[in-house]
Design a protein around this ligand. Structure first.
Ligand code: SAM
Length: 371
């Protein structure tokens, strides 16, 4: 059995835990900012291909306690790195430390690197390493003096699905957009609308969720080049995921007042191969209306970070709130905002709130309508 750690944006841990359980992994533990689990070699590929809300998949090679550099060095040196890192491979080290005695990240990074070099040096009889070969990204975390160290199997973060060739000013992480769609309980049935769609991330993630299309099918992963893993696991994971796709008809729409954003959203939808499922239009969110008794609005309006912009954002929330008031109360609405006065501006108290982090920005997802 292999041990995995899946870091994620704060607030998404439970969703990631649910995704991991659904994939059938064992010993799933949800912690702050990450999910731990155990699985097989095949799960390296299955996790990478299928996870919508996780940031990356780490193969954990050791966990131990360290309150001084010597313990860190010895703990890292005890790992059989030679099983994973070849003579020529590049092995950069990245990590973080939270609430721990060893708090200097650069110092820890350099100790970890020295320990790996020392181990590989002894095994390969080499003093220096060219690091001209394949990249094996080492990642460590130290939380309350507990070290976890391993290899990054994903490479680029899992939020990079391969469909965003160009972005707009403030795009949402795809992992967060997918989380918003899942939290809105959208399963592909009713109309789904994002009236502030920007580059289309939320609507595209909704389309992937409606079609049950795995988010990682259009990209590659670092561990695909690892000779230690059977090459077939990647094709098998893709086959398994594609067998589960649905072929229904869905009503998914995104609107934005900026024609350039709408162009980008259309382009991204084509790259994500959901342009037959989502439509984008230039439209003013404050005039939003839609026929039908049931539907969902899941959206991320502009935040307004500077003082003047804040006033504009408040006026926009007010006008948008009035447009939302005209929808039947059977519609479900979820709005992501970091504005502390959002509910007052929008004109109604949310029936439910969920704290989420858009990068480092603390936000709430405000829910309205029947939940
Ligand atoms: C925070 S961005 C949305 C980003 C989007 N979630 C993404 O992932 O790219 C807010 C968007 O609202 C748009 N916007 C501002 N005022 C609007 C209005 N009155 N109606 C529709 N869109 C508007 C902006 O053009 C911008 O693209």
């Amino acid at each position: 059995m292999l041990d995995f750690a899946i870091p994620c944006l704060l607030g998404l841990e439970k969703l990631v835990g649910d995704e991991v359980k659904k994939l059938g992994l064992a010993d799933v533990r949800v912690e702050n900012g990450r999910v731990l689990c155990r699985g097989t070699e095949a799960d390296v590929a299955r996790l990478n291909v299928n996870l919508r809300c996780g940031a990356r998949v780490l193969l954990v090679l050791a966990s131990f306690r360290a309150t001084d550099f010597e313990a860190l060095f010895q703990g890292v040196k005890a790992v059989a790195w030679e099983e994973w890192i070849g003579r020529e491979d590049e092995f950069p080290v990245a990590g973080y430390s939270i609430n721990s005695t060893l708090h200097s990240v650069p110092a820890c990074q350099s100790i970890v690197k020295k320990a790996v070099v020392s181990r590989l040096g002894e095994k390969y009889g080499m003093e220096t390493f060219p690091e001209t070969g394949k990249r094996r990204q080492i990642r460590f975390s130290i939380m309350k003096d507990e070290v976890m160290i391993g290899l990054d199997t994903s490479g680029e973060g899992l939020y990079k699905r391969g469909y965003r060739a160009v972005g707009v000013a403030a795009p949402l992480r795809e992992t967060l957009a997918a989380a918003m769609v899942l939290l809105s309980k959208y399963r592909g049935r009713d109309p789904f609308c994002d009236p502030f769609c920007g580059s289309g991330t939320i609507a595209i993630e909704a389309a992937l969720i409606a079609k049950n299309r795995a988010p990682g099918l259009n990209r590659s992963f670092a561990a695909q080049s690892w000779t230690q893993l059977d090459r077939r696991i990647w094709l098998d994971a893709a086959d398994e995921a594609m067998d589960k796709e649905f072929r229904g008809r869905y009503e998914i729409w995104g609107g934005d007042i900026d024609p350039a954003a709408v162009e980008i959203a259309r382009h991204n939808a084509a790259l994500a191969e959901v342009d037959d499922t989502v439509s984008f239009e230039v439209a003013d969110a404050t005039r939003f209306h839609w026929g039908g008794l049931y539907g969902r609005v899941v959206t991320n309006p502009p935040y307004g970070e500077r003082l003047l912009e804040q006033k504009e954002a408040e006026a926009l929330y007010r006008a948008f709130g009035r447009a939302m008031d005209k929808l039947p109360d059977t519609w479900r609405i979820a709005v992501l905002s970091s504005h502390t006065e959002f509910e007052r501006c929008f004109g109604r108290s949310a029936v439910k709130k969920r704290k989420l982090y858009n990068g480092m920005i603390k936000c709430d997802l405000f829910f309205y309508g029947k939940q």
